[in-house]
Design a binder for this molecule. Structure first.
Ligand code: FE
Ligand code: ZN
Ligand code: FE
Ligand code: FE
Length: 206
Protein backbone atom coordinates (compact mmCIF):
# COMPACT_ATOMS: atom_id res chain seq x y z
CA UNK A 1 0.00 0.00 0.00
CA UNK A 2 1.27 3.45 -0.94
CA UNK A 3 1.44 5.98 1.85
CA UNK A 4 3.72 8.49 0.19
CA UNK A 5 1.15 11.26 -0.10
CA UNK A 6 1.71 13.98 2.43
CA UNK A 7 -0.35 16.92 3.59
CA UNK A 8 1.30 19.16 1.02
CA UNK A 9 -0.08 17.07 -1.82
CA UNK A 10 -3.54 17.16 -0.30
CA UNK A 11 -3.75 20.91 -0.17
CA UNK A 12 -2.42 21.27 -3.66
CA UNK A 13 1.07 22.56 -3.00
CA UNK A 14 2.89 19.37 -3.93
CA UNK A 15 4.40 20.83 -7.11
CA UNK A 16 5.89 23.76 -5.23
CA UNK A 17 7.22 21.52 -2.51
CA UNK A 18 8.79 19.11 -4.95
CA UNK A 19 10.89 21.75 -6.65
CA UNK A 20 12.43 22.66 -3.32
CA UNK A 21 13.02 19.53 -1.36
CA UNK A 22 12.20 16.46 -3.49
CA UNK A 23 10.31 15.13 -0.45
CA UNK A 24 9.32 11.70 -1.64
CA UNK A 25 10.44 9.32 -4.31
CA UNK A 26 7.35 10.00 -6.41
CA UNK A 27 7.95 13.74 -6.19
CA UNK A 28 11.48 13.22 -7.42
CA UNK A 29 10.30 11.05 -10.33
CA UNK A 30 7.74 13.67 -11.25
CA UNK A 31 10.35 16.39 -11.18
CA UNK A 32 12.75 14.36 -13.30
CA UNK A 33 10.03 13.63 -15.84
CA UNK A 34 9.19 17.32 -16.08
CA UNK A 35 12.86 18.16 -16.57
CA UNK A 36 13.18 15.39 -19.18
CA UNK A 37 10.20 16.69 -21.14
CA UNK A 38 11.35 20.30 -20.90
CA UNK A 39 14.77 19.32 -22.25
CA UNK A 40 13.15 17.35 -25.09
CA UNK A 41 11.33 20.53 -26.13
CA UNK A 42 14.60 22.45 -25.93
CA UNK A 43 16.55 20.05 -28.16
CA UNK A 44 13.57 19.81 -30.54
CA UNK A 45 13.83 23.58 -31.07
CA UNK A 46 17.62 23.28 -31.41
CA UNK A 47 17.49 20.56 -34.08
CA UNK A 48 14.88 22.50 -36.05
CA UNK A 49 17.03 25.63 -35.87
CA UNK A 50 20.00 23.62 -37.13
CA UNK A 51 18.11 22.49 -40.23
CA UNK A 52 18.07 26.20 -41.15
CA UNK A 53 21.57 27.08 -39.93
CA UNK A 54 23.54 24.22 -41.53
CA UNK A 55 22.62 25.22 -45.13
CA UNK A 56 24.11 28.68 -44.44
CA UNK A 57 27.30 27.03 -43.20
CA UNK A 58 27.43 24.86 -46.33
CA UNK A 59 27.15 27.95 -48.57
CA UNK A 60 30.12 29.50 -46.79
CA UNK A 61 32.37 26.47 -47.09
CA UNK A 62 35.06 26.05 -49.73
CA UNK A 63 36.42 22.64 -48.74
CA UNK A 64 34.83 19.80 -50.64
CA UNK A 65 35.31 17.44 -47.71
CA UNK A 66 33.65 19.87 -45.29
CA UNK A 67 30.77 20.50 -47.69
CA UNK A 68 30.22 16.76 -47.93
CA UNK A 69 30.31 16.30 -44.15
CA UNK A 70 27.91 19.18 -43.49
CA UNK A 71 25.53 18.08 -46.23
CA UNK A 72 25.50 14.58 -44.76
CA UNK A 73 24.86 15.91 -41.27
CA UNK A 74 22.06 18.15 -42.53
CA UNK A 75 20.22 15.05 -43.74
CA UNK A 76 20.93 13.33 -40.43
CA UNK A 77 19.63 16.40 -38.56
CA UNK A 78 16.37 16.44 -40.52
CA UNK A 79 15.88 12.78 -39.57
CA UNK A 80 16.69 13.63 -35.95
CA UNK A 81 13.79 16.08 -35.87
CA UNK A 82 11.47 13.25 -36.92
CA UNK A 83 13.07 10.90 -34.43
CA UNK A 84 12.40 13.40 -31.65
CA UNK A 85 8.75 13.37 -32.69
CA UNK A 86 8.86 9.59 -32.17
CA UNK A 87 10.36 10.17 -28.73
CA UNK A 88 7.55 12.58 -27.81
CA UNK A 89 5.04 9.95 -28.95
CA UNK A 90 6.83 7.21 -27.01
CA UNK A 91 6.60 9.16 -23.76
CA UNK A 92 3.04 10.30 -24.45
CA UNK A 93 3.61 14.02 -24.89
CA UNK A 94 3.14 16.49 -27.70
CA UNK A 95 6.07 17.63 -29.87
CA UNK A 96 6.41 21.25 -28.82
CA UNK A 97 9.54 23.31 -29.47
CA UNK A 98 10.80 25.65 -26.79
CA UNK A 99 13.56 28.09 -27.68
CA UNK A 100 17.00 26.80 -26.75
CA UNK A 101 18.98 29.88 -25.77
CA UNK A 102 22.25 27.96 -25.92
CA UNK A 103 21.75 26.76 -29.48
CA UNK A 104 20.51 30.18 -30.55
CA UNK A 105 23.78 31.56 -29.17
CA UNK A 106 25.93 28.92 -30.85
CA UNK A 107 24.24 29.61 -34.19
CA UNK A 108 24.78 33.33 -33.69
CA UNK A 109 28.46 32.69 -33.01
CA UNK A 110 28.70 30.65 -36.20
CA UNK A 111 27.23 33.57 -38.16
CA UNK A 112 29.69 35.98 -36.54
CA UNK A 113 32.63 33.75 -37.45
CA UNK A 114 31.43 33.59 -41.06
CA UNK A 115 31.11 37.39 -41.20
CA UNK A 116 34.48 38.05 -39.62
CA UNK A 117 36.57 35.73 -41.80
CA UNK A 118 37.52 35.69 -45.47
CA UNK A 119 35.98 32.93 -47.50
CA UNK A 120 38.55 30.15 -47.77
CA UNK A 121 40.45 27.86 -45.45
CA UNK A 122 40.29 30.22 -42.45
CA UNK A 123 36.51 30.49 -42.67
CA UNK A 124 36.36 26.73 -43.16
CA UNK A 125 38.37 26.29 -39.96
CA UNK A 126 35.92 28.65 -38.21
CA UNK A 127 32.92 26.69 -39.49
CA UNK A 128 34.45 23.49 -38.10
CA UNK A 129 34.98 25.23 -34.76
CA UNK A 130 31.37 26.40 -34.67
CA UNK A 131 30.13 23.00 -35.82
CA UNK A 132 32.03 21.18 -33.12
CA UNK A 133 30.63 23.48 -30.43
CA UNK A 134 27.16 22.55 -31.68
CA UNK A 135 27.95 18.82 -31.68
CA UNK A 136 29.35 18.99 -28.16
CA UNK A 137 26.22 20.73 -26.91
CA UNK A 138 24.13 18.03 -28.55
CA UNK A 139 26.29 15.23 -27.14
CA UNK A 140 25.87 16.66 -23.62
CA UNK A 141 22.12 16.99 -24.10
CA UNK A 142 21.45 13.59 -25.64
CA UNK A 143 23.79 11.86 -23.17
CA UNK A 144 21.74 13.24 -20.31
CA UNK A 145 18.42 12.55 -22.04
CA UNK A 146 19.38 8.87 -22.54
CA UNK A 147 20.20 8.59 -18.83
CA UNK A 148 16.97 10.33 -17.80
CA UNK A 149 14.89 8.11 -20.12
CA UNK A 150 16.48 4.98 -18.66
CA UNK A 151 15.87 6.17 -15.10
CA UNK A 152 12.23 6.91 -15.94
CA UNK A 153 11.76 3.46 -17.47
CA UNK A 154 11.24 4.93 -20.94
CA UNK A 155 13.18 2.27 -22.81
CA UNK A 156 11.90 3.06 -26.29
CA UNK A 157 12.73 6.74 -25.87
CA UNK A 158 16.16 5.82 -24.48
CA UNK A 159 16.94 3.67 -27.52
CA UNK A 160 15.86 6.40 -29.95
CA UNK A 161 17.85 9.08 -28.13
CA UNK A 162 20.89 6.81 -28.06
CA UNK A 163 20.77 6.53 -31.86
CA UNK A 164 20.91 10.31 -32.15
CA UNK A 165 23.66 10.52 -29.53
CA UNK A 166 25.79 8.19 -31.65
CA UNK A 167 25.18 10.27 -34.77
CA UNK A 168 26.30 13.44 -32.97
CA UNK A 169 29.47 11.71 -31.75
CA UNK A 170 30.20 10.56 -35.27
CA UNK A 171 29.66 14.05 -36.68
CA UNK A 172 32.08 15.45 -34.10
CA UNK A 173 34.72 12.89 -35.05
CA UNK A 174 34.32 13.58 -38.77
CA UNK A 175 34.80 17.31 -38.12
CA UNK A 176 37.90 16.61 -36.01
CA UNK A 177 39.34 14.62 -38.91
CA UNK A 178 38.71 17.38 -41.43
CA UNK A 179 40.13 19.99 -39.03
CA UNK A 180 43.48 18.20 -39.07
CA UNK A 181 43.95 19.13 -42.73
CA UNK A 182 42.15 22.46 -42.82
CA UNK A 183 43.88 23.97 -39.81
CA UNK A 184 47.27 23.35 -41.40
CA UNK A 185 46.07 24.91 -44.66
CA UNK A 186 44.70 27.91 -42.78
CA UNK A 187 47.98 28.41 -40.95
CA UNK A 188 49.85 28.25 -44.25
CA UNK A 189 47.59 30.61 -46.13
CA UNK A 190 49.45 33.82 -45.35
CA UNK A 191 53.06 32.76 -45.48
CA UNK A 192 52.98 30.29 -48.33
CA UNK A 193 52.82 31.55 -51.87
CA UNK A 194 54.32 28.51 -53.51
CA UNK A 195 53.37 24.88 -53.43
CA UNK A 196 50.76 24.84 -50.65
CA UNK A 197 49.84 21.20 -51.05
CA UNK A 198 53.46 20.18 -50.61
CA UNK A 199 53.77 22.26 -47.47
CA UNK A 200 50.59 20.76 -45.99
CA UNK A 201 51.75 17.24 -46.65
CA UNK A 202 55.09 17.99 -45.02
CA UNK A 203 53.37 19.39 -41.94
CA UNK A 204 50.93 16.51 -41.63
CA UNK A 205 53.75 13.97 -41.73
CA UNK A 206 55.39 15.49 -38.65
FE1 FE B 1 21.44 16.96 -33.98
ZN1 ZN C 1 19.30 24.22 -24.87
FE1 FE D 1 25.70 25.84 -23.28
FE1 FE E 1 24.50 17.33 -34.79
Amino acid sequence: MKTTRNTASQNGTQKQASTKGLKTRSDAAEGLRALFEAELKDIYWAEKALTKAIPKMIKNTTSEELTKALTGHLEVTIAQVSRLEEVFAAVGSKPIAKKCEAMAGLIKEAEEIMQETEKGVVRDAGIILAGQKVEHYEIATYGTLVAFAKTLGEDEAAALLKETLNEEKEADEVLSGIAETINVEAADEDDDNGDTTKAIKAKIKK
